[in-house]
Design a protein around this ligand. Structure first.
Ligand SMILES: C[S@@+](CC[C@H](N)C(=O)[O-])C[C@H]1O[C@@H](n2cnc3c(N)ncnc32)[C@H](O)[C@@H]1O
Length: 249
């Protein structure tokens, strides 16, 4: 199966890239993957649904709109895939303030005891908040869970990895060049080594509140733009309209 042929025209500026999809394909062809936890839904979720239709997948998405679009695009063959809206909220994890998905009770009630693979591709990078994802999912991670972090070329994600490795023993850490981006792959022992995550200027209350306000402001601007397009009778997302129409047929 040619990944470029199947996914080339679906890739968009914020999605996972073709090189990474090729890497994931090789990984699932060579390893048993029956359960996946994903942060940040989109093309990657479509990929899992098509390549592993039998898998139990939970994908958390902070945007209601993109949750709906992605859910409408997943393969009909996959019936254990759950694309869940996880609104971004302020929360305290391991003694520090974070912005992250409000998902705790869903995970406790619905997640398998452990996931075979965790893909961290959200929340959006400017929120400096991917660190919280693994902290939230830690009860469903074992030494066998393969963790993959997208956008690992960014300084903030490099420091996230360093900080995770202060809290948990980290094994097999590797950075892989994927076109003009990088991913990091690793495993951790889920037993915390510290009572609290180390301090960081990115996880101070003031900064976290400012980032969350910026996020909400951007959402308001985005919704105003959508409203304007509607009033002008213009379709803002031509390709996604098609997907929504297909879903309601
Ligand atoms: C880094 S992306 C996650 C991408 C996802 N893993 C993928 O491969 O497409 C982060 C966010 O972009 C948003 N998003 C998803 N699909 C999108 C699209 N087609 N255009 C713009 N933003 C999108 C979602 O809110 C998603 O959580």
């Amino acid at each position: 199966m040619d990944i470029k042929e199947s996914y080339g025209d679906r890739i968009n500026p914020v999605s996972i890239n073709l090189e990474t999809l090729q890497f994931l394909k090789e990984y699932i062809d060579n390893n048993e993957v029956a359960s996946i936890l994903e942060f940040g839904s989109g093309v990657s979720t479509e990929f899992w649904s098509e390549q592993l239709p039998q898998a139990h997948l939970i994908s958390f998405e902070n945007s209601r709109r993109y949750r709906k679009i992605t859910a409408s695009r997943i393969s009909k063959q996959a019936d254990n895939i759950h694309v869940r809206f996880g609104p971004l909220r302020l929360m305290k994890l391991f003694g520090r303030r974070y912005i992250s998905y409000k998902i705790g009770s869903y995970l406790r009630k619905n997640a398998p005891k452990s996931f075979d693979l965790v893909l961290v591709d959200g929340p959006p990078g400017f929120l400096y908040s991917r660190e919280a994802t693994i902290l939230q999912a830690i009860d469903h991670i074992t030494e066998d869970t393969q963790i993959i972090l997208d956008d690992a070329e960014r300084d903030v994600e490099k420091s996230t990895i360093e900080r995770w490795s202060m809290m948990f023993d980290m094994h097999e850490l590797q950075y892989h060049k994927m076109g003009n981006k990088e991913i990091a792959t690793f495993r951790i022992s889920p037993k915390p080594k510290l009572a609290k995550m180390p301090e960081s200027p990115n996880h101070k209350l003031g900064k976290t509140i400012r980032l969350l306000l910026t996020f909400h402001k951007q959402n308001v601007m985005h919704n105003l733009w959508l409203l304007k397009m509607r009033l002008l009778n213009k379709e803002p997302f031509p390709d996604q309209k098609m997907a929504e129409e297909e879903a309601t047929e």
